[in-house]
Design a protein around this ligand. Structure first.
Ligand SMILES: [Zn+2]
Length: 291
């Protein structure tokens, strides 16, 4: 989940316009889809059908609060190409308590739950105090160490503290991805030095705030890079057609791969294959998912 826009995102009445019916040149994994968001309530089957038509073959549904994580887990049990994460986003960190920790631990034992998170630090808005955020994050680092699951991490304007905490915990963690990485080059290298993975959304298509990423995104090794929509948030700003309701959806992931390939100076199909291979290994989808 990213910063929630104050305007309501809603389901468009019609399917995607012709110009946005894209098909990826190789099967893709959307590692961050907030499909429990209310905007998907009325038409999720159609959204999933469009994702499949676009060659988005596996989706990791983000669970970012107690109720959302329960629902993400339930969704993943009903659809063969959905998996889920379970965690508490820094915005909700003030809610962290023992009962919540127990319910997260139960979710992490479910076979379709493939990561701990979304969790981390967000000092951009401080919806929860930094002290509460660190407490909830530390508890979830411990849950990841205990379960052996990889982490799905959120960080905004908190790179320095995030690096300090991860440095302390790294030897006890299997793997971690910084989802929707939007930071500066030195923070990126800090994460890569800790052997972490990097998730990329349509952020770098944003001419207002994504410019800096274009300069160094090519420096992320292919086997450390994964792609995500973070839908319904972060609709890419340079799509070739407008969408009524401005809701982002997994069928648009091929556009993000195209943009990423362009700024990395890389072949689109090779990038699609590499990110899928990385995601499949990272989330341990191999047994049930064949791209
Ligand atoms: Zn996020």
């Amino acid at each position: 989940m990213s910063d929630t826009s104050p305007d309501a995102l809603s389901a468009a009445d019609s399917p995607l316009p012709e110009a946005l019916r894209l098909t990826a040149p190789a099967a893709l994994v959307d590692i961050g889809a907030n499909l429990t968001h209310e905007s998907f309530e009325s038409d999720l089957p159609a959204v999933l059908a469009r994702a499949e038509a676009a060659n988005v073959r596996a989706l990791i549904v983000t669970g970012a609060d107690p109720e959302g994580a329960e629902r993400a887990c339930a969704l993943s049990q009903r659809h063969p190409n959905l998996w889920a994460t379970a965690g508490v986003h820094p915005h909700h960190a003030a809610d962290w308590n023992h009962a919540l920790e127990r319910s997260m631990r139960d979710l992490h034992a479910q076979p379709r739950v493939v990561a701990v998170g979304e969790c981390g630090l967000d000092f951009n808005r401080n919806f929860s105090s930094p002290a509460d955020q660190e407490r909830a994050f530390e508890a979830q680092l411990a849950l990841a160490a205990e379960s052996g699951l990889p982490l799905f991490l959120h960080e905004r304007d908190a790179g320095r503290r995030m690096l300090e905490m991860l440095h302390e915990w790294r030897h006890r963690l299997s793997d971690a991805v910084i989802h929707c990485f939007t930071g500066e080059r030195d923070t990126l290298y800090g994460y890569l030095d800790l052997d972490l993975h990097i998730g990329q959304t349509g952020w770098l298509s944003d001419e207002r705030r994504g410019h800096h990423l274009r300069e160094f995104i090519a420096e992320v090794p292919a086997e450390r890079l994964m792609v995500e929509t973070d839908c319904p948030y972060l609709l890419p700003r340079n799509l070739p057609a407008k969408i009524k309701g401005r809701r982002h959806e997994p069928a648009l992931l091929p556009w993000i791969v195209r943009e990423l390939a362009r700024w990395r100076g890389e072949d689109e199909e090779a990038l699609a294959r590499a990110t899928t291979q990385t995601a499949s290994r990272f989330f341990r989808l191999q047994e049930t998912f064949e791209p």
